[in-house]
Design a protein around this ligand. Structure first.
Ligand SMILES: *Cc1c(COP(=O)(O)O)cnc(C)c1O
Length: 396
């Protein structure tokens, strides 16, 4: 690498994810003077903004906005429906489920975690055993991470709903869609999800700092039985404010709202079904390239079965722990930043490709070409034909 000249000048691609790539339209919408927060345009734009946000989550129910990242919405959601001493069930397919369960313990809940490891989706039978054993209905919620961004596993939320219905178990179904909203098909109402948490910096293409909790009537019924809810996390005034101020219990995230408005306009102009189909097609190109590389035995996909792969992020495992030099090569020589092996025991033997949000065919080909270049430079053995396979998947 000593004689290598850097080829990183030009527009960089942050493929970690997230945050994800920010569209110029979002940044431009935010580049403006501070608005009045007591009167005028900002206040008038809220009803349509909330409606368009609900449309992305496919729900007609309530939404509360928090000036928080995803972790904040985890706590916000739990704080409204889980009292100290109550039990939550967390089927884990990666680091993020553990994080959410730990947060539940932090507010005094008892977390029952079923750990499927970092490379396997839920085994619905094991979840069934745990729910069947709970004859007293002590489990008040199931924390379901739709796409676990650390492992890139996508879990089957409708199957979990069907299971709860079959067993007549009253636990709330709470879904983390932080990495899937606006990327993978998700339908809150049709899938019978009671609470959905998400954040703005992934599929919603807006700078980090705003999070959302969607909740239905069943979740609200639990909310009103709570012995206490911290006033700041309380979703009731936020979802049904008498005055604008109550949406945020303080100053509104003014510029984030303008950014989000622009992002929602982009999503709805494209059409959410098309957004999902685009992510699907781009993911197929990523998978085709990775499967070709995997023929070299130096690398393999963390998730074997395509049916359980996220369409927004792909986790890869290297036989030798060379994730750091690989990522450094693409970042400093090519202007391409890849994701670290998050929450993996052999974290340096893993890396992740983000293909989430504001991405198109040429960006995906460039990302894959960047990985191919880095593996060539570092002599990482790999199968041939990855870029041809990706091109064929896009051209299909
Ligand atoms: C990114 C992410 C989180 C955490 O969000 P932060 O904004 O980083 O707090 C939680 N869950 C999933 C599935 C995520 O992808």
């Amino acid at each position: 690498m000593t004689n290598q000249i850097s080829l990183a000048q030009g527009r960089a691609y942050l493929a970690i994810p997230g945050p994800s790539v920010m569209p110029d339209a979002v940044l431009q919408a935010m580049h403006r003077p501070s608005p009045n927060i007591y009167d005028g345009e900002l206040i008038e734009m809220m009803p349509a903004l909330l409606e368009d946000l609900r449309r992305v989550a496919r729900t007609r129910h309530n939404v509360a906005i928090y000036i928080a990242n995803g972790h904040g919405t985890w706590e916000a959601a739990l704080s409204n429906v889980i009292a100290p001493g109550e039990v939550i069930l967390a089927p884990a397919s990666g680091r993020f489920t553990h994080g959410w369960a730990e947060m539940a313990e932090g507010i005094g809940a008892q977390a029952e975690v079923i750990d499927f490891g970092p490379s396997a989706p839920w085994d619905i039978n094991r979840i069934a055993d745990a729910l069947r054993a709970d004859t007293a209905h002590r489990i008040k919620a199931v924390l379901a991470v739709h796409v676990d961004t650390s492992s890139s596993i996508r879990n089957d939320i409708p199957a979990l709903r069907a299971l709860l219905d079959d067993l007549n178990h009253p636990a709330l179904l709470m879904a983390d869609c932080i990495a899937s909203l606006g990327c993978d098909r998700f339908e809150m109402d049709a899938w019978g999800v009671d609470v959905t948490v998400s954040a703005c910096q992934k599929g919603l293409m807006t700078p980090a700092g705003m999070g959302f909790v969607f909740f239905n009537d069943k979740a609200q019924a639990k909310r009103v039985t709570m012995p206490r809810v911290s006033k700041y996390w309380d979703w009731q005034p936020r979802a049904n404010p008498e005055i604008f101020y109550q949406h945020f219990d303080g100053t509104a995230p003014t510029h984030h709202l303008y950014g989000l408005r622009a992002a929602l306009d982009m999503i709805h102009a494209e059409g959410i079904e098309h957004v999902w189909a685009r992510h699907e097609r781009l993911a197929q190109a990523v998978w085709a390239a990775c499967e070709a590389w995997a023929q070299g035995e130096a690398l393999h996909l963390n998730v074997t079965d395509r049916a359980h792969r996220s369409r927004a992020v792909t986790a890869l495992r290297l036989t030798e722990a060379r994730g750091t030099p690989l990522r450094e090569y693409t970042e400093f020589n090519l202007g391409l930043t890849l994701g670290i092996g998050l929450g993996m025991e052999d974290w340096d033997g893993c890396f992740r490709l983000g293909h989430m949000g504001h991405v198109n065919g040429q960006m995906i080909m460039a990302m894959l070409g960047g990985v191919e270049t880095a593996m060539a430079a570092l002599n990482i053995p790999r199968g041939t034909g990855a870029l041809e396979a990706a091109a064929a998947a896009l051209a299909k």
